[in-house]
Design a protein. Structure first.
Length: 728
């Protein structure tokens, strides 16, 4: 093939970025030899003349480079077969998502039969010629005949692994570590133009002095001291099991800081409670980067356009010294095959990861989750701390750092069965009696039932509602208002909630009611009564199903709780007995329901398939649609104007994409996932946000939404007055 003459005296990887400078800045002192070589070769095909023309402004020509770069990696390295194929797949995927591993062997692509017929090899000689001008690579091998022999050997190796040897979880982590290291360093250098900076040291004095400013509290102070005395720098896997209200969050942070890692990643179960944790932690650690990371996180409008991409990258990649995020983000960083998820995976390296409310890890893949954490702790020098008042069974590799005897000393509440002889009418009567003299919490299993009860009580009591059909902003306002009203004891309030109340929300009621649910959920609800060690023991009344869907909602884990309910029907259960009940429950869950969900997919490294299985469990929204609740008239118009300005602005496509995402996140703060059939029944016409594909909105003031209790599943004006508060 003919070689185009050398056209350039300088070679660029990105606009105004010298190729060699980009590669060198990507190197990290902790890189393995394989990681270093993958970084050296991942962009080598950018040296072809077409790409150099493209980077200088000729946008109409071919700029693809990943495949040829991956082939040159194969020709010029000599690692073990598995490492070579991992390197090839990492380079070939570094601008996209990772496919199932054995697709590498499919005909006419990757390393499959006839792969050397790829049109990318038309540029091979000019890439080699231009690379030789750099004096950066040793003499490069471009022998296609040799590559054909290599790929045949790799095809044979793949067949062997597919039917004989099989891969394991360690291989899964090893590949993700390699791939994540490549794409993180590539994007970081491209955005910042420098090597990755060392993290600032987090001064634990800031947190210690903050905690010491609290009034003396015997139980919490004793708990904190016990945990800190159990610090063990040689261990990496911990559980922190303690009753609700003991101050686990700040104690775990103080424990984590003692490891002196590069960063802390703190995961909470719900986006709705992240702001509360972020506000507390960011106020303590002044002068360091504390980021909150979830799909609705927005970037402060005061950030200059020139710095927007930098701040966005840092926030979305767990790159702060302290990162407050959701369990959802951790799950997809662990299991996901996407580029954005694996950028986060890279940040597990040399970090402390705190999983708050560890019982929220779904039992379907809890064993896989734990196994991956164990391997990551070994391969990436990561510390994991699982926290909960209801800790699932995680295995002997985790060291408990709390004193479980604390549970035996508790007497804040008692669980008591409430027999409903007259069904829901009996519940309403009992709640009414208690709410007249006590701050009262009532938790039910469906949004519709919560809204019905809210309507049954709202004219008689100072009543509030909290459920998943409310926007995050309205939920946060409700929690803030309830917190303030609980702080004054004169006027008693009543909160009707779904399980939104269960984890991470610091509210303290005098009495509670809970519809039957898995025992772990009941214990979490109990943590919202007499939370702050009041003088009088509180009662959490457990009552039978009134929504008609409890077994369907909770499935098999509800059935496992039935034996415990039988005990409860015979006698009250005190808080001091909760630990043994919780342990019995999770032992049965482990024995009867838990297994390795993705074990078969791991054997074949089916990255894409694994991701889809997790999505199916986590995002089971086939029957739901995101809809934006317009907070005030003209809001959507303002958004559309901003989108049009971005669309028409003179900026590169990456900047345009970043700014568009920022606007979308402003919208998502007002979003609710609603059943499609309910949206179809709305009387108000649904609008579409211009310039955003299929983004729906409900106009401000529409009767289908109330800031007090969300999208209306329950419509009292359609029922007779005598029906209010009762089942259909």
């Amino acid at each position: 093939m003919s070689i185009e003459p050398i056209l350039f005296d300088k070679f660029f990887s990105h606009p105004d970025k010298l190729y060699i400078e980009h590669i060198i800045n990507m190197f990290d002192k902790d890189d393995t030899p394989l990681e270093r070589e993958v970084k050296r070769f991942h962009d080598i095909a950018k040296l072809k003349n077409n790409f150099q023309k493209y980077i200088r402004g000729d946008k109409g020509i071919d700029k693809n480079h990943s495949s040829l770069s991956a082939y040159l990696f194969l020709l010029n390295n000599h690692f073990e077969n598995k490492e070579m194929l991992f390197g090839f797949l990492a380079i070939a995927s570094h601008h996209g998502d990772v496919e199932d591993f054995f697709k590498l062997g499919e005909s006419n692509q990757n390393i499959g039969e006839h792969c050397t017929r790829s049109k990318e090899f038309n540029f091979l000689d000019e890439v080699l010629q231009n690379a030789n001008q750099l004096n950066f690579y040793d003499e490069l091998n471009g022998n296609i005949a040799q590559l054909e022999l290599q790929t045949k050997a790799y095809q044979k190796y793949l067949r062997s692994f597919k039917f004989k040897n099989r891969f394991d979880y360690q291989d899964f982590v090893a590949f993700k570590k390699l791939y994540a290291s490549l794409i993180y360093s590539d994007k970081y250098e491209a955005i910042f133009g420098t090597a990755k900076e060392s993290k600032k040291e987090i001064d634990d004095y800031l947190l210690t002095s903050h905690i010491n400013s609290f009034p003396f509290h015997e139980k919490r102070d004793d708990f904190r001291n016990f945990v800190l005395k159990n610090f063990d720098a040689s261990h990496k896997l911990f559980t922190l099991t303690a009753p609700t209200g003991y101050g686990k969050t700040l104690t775990a942070m103080e424990f984590a800081l003692r490891f002196e890692k590069e960063k802390i990643i703190f995961a909470l179960p719900f986006t709705s409670i992240i702001d509360q944790a972020y506000d507390v932690i960011s106020s303590i650690f002044d002068g360091i980067d504390v980021f909150k990371v979830h799909h609705k996180t927005d970037i402060d409008e005061s950030v200059d356009d020139d710095r927007y991409s930098q701040v966005k990258f840092l926030m979305s990649s767990f790159s702060g010294e302290i990162n407050i995020t959701t369990l959802y983000q951790i799950i997809f960083a662990l299991f996901g095959n996407s580029n954005k998820d694996n950028i986060k995976f890279n940040q597990f390296k040399n970090s402390v990861v705190i999983i708050d409310e560890a019982q929220a890890i779904r039992h379907e893949f809890r064993q896989d989750f734990i196994k991956l954490c164990e391997l990551i702790s070994e391969q990436m020098n990561t510390v994991f701390i699982f926290m909960s008042a209801t800790m699932p069974i995680v295995g002997d590799n985790f060291k408990e750092i709390s004193n479980l005897d604390y549970f035996k000393e508790q007497n804040r509440y008692v669980l008591e069965w409430l027999s409903l002889e007259n069904g829901e009418e009996g519940l309403i009567k009992k709640v009414r009696e208690e709410a007249q003299i006590k701050h009262t919490l009532c938790v039910v299993n469906t949004i519709k039932k919560a809204q019905e009860l809210y309507y049954a009580f709202k004219d008689e009591f100072e009543c509030y509602s909290l459920n998943g059909y409310m926007t995050d902003i309205d939920k946060q306002k409700t929690v803030q208002c309830v917190s303030e009203r609980l702080a004054q004891s004169e006027t008693k309030i009543l909160l009707i909630s779904t399980q939104s109340i269960e984890a991470g929300i610091d509210l303290d009621f005098e009495v509670g009611f809970r519809e039957v649910a898995p025992i772990s959920s009941i214990i979490q609800t109990a943590g919202r009564v007499n939370r702050h060690f009041g003088d009088h023991q509180a009662t959490l009344y457990i009552f039978d199903d009134i929504c008609g869907y409890s077994d369907l909602i909770y499935g098999d884990i509800q059935l496992i709780s039935q034996n415990i309910f039988e005990i409860l029907r015979e006698k009250p259960v005190h808080e001091s007995e909760i630990l043994s009940i919780s342990q019995l429950y999770f032992e049965k869950i482990k024995e009867q329901l838990e297994s390795f969900l993705i074990a078969e997919e791991i054997k074949k490294l089916e990255f894409e398939t694994i991701n889809q299985r997790i999505i199916k469990l986590m995002d089971n929204n086939d029957f739901k649609q995101l809809i934006i609740i317009e907070p005030y008239q003209g809001f959507i118009k303002e958004i559309e104007v901003k989108l049009l300005e971005i669309k028409q602005g003179q900026m590169d496509k990456f900047k345009q994409k970043d700014l568009t995402q920022s606007v979308v996140k402003k919208l998502l703060q007002h979003g609710v996932n609603v059943a499609k059939k309910e949206i179809e029944s709305f009387d108000t016409s649904i609008g579409k946000v211009k310039y955003l594909h299929e983004m729906l909105y409900l106009p401000a003031g529409a009767m289908e939404y109330s800031s007090e209790y969300g999208v209306k599943k329950y419509k009292p004006d359609e029922l007779e007055a005598s029906d209010v508060g009762f089942d259909d």
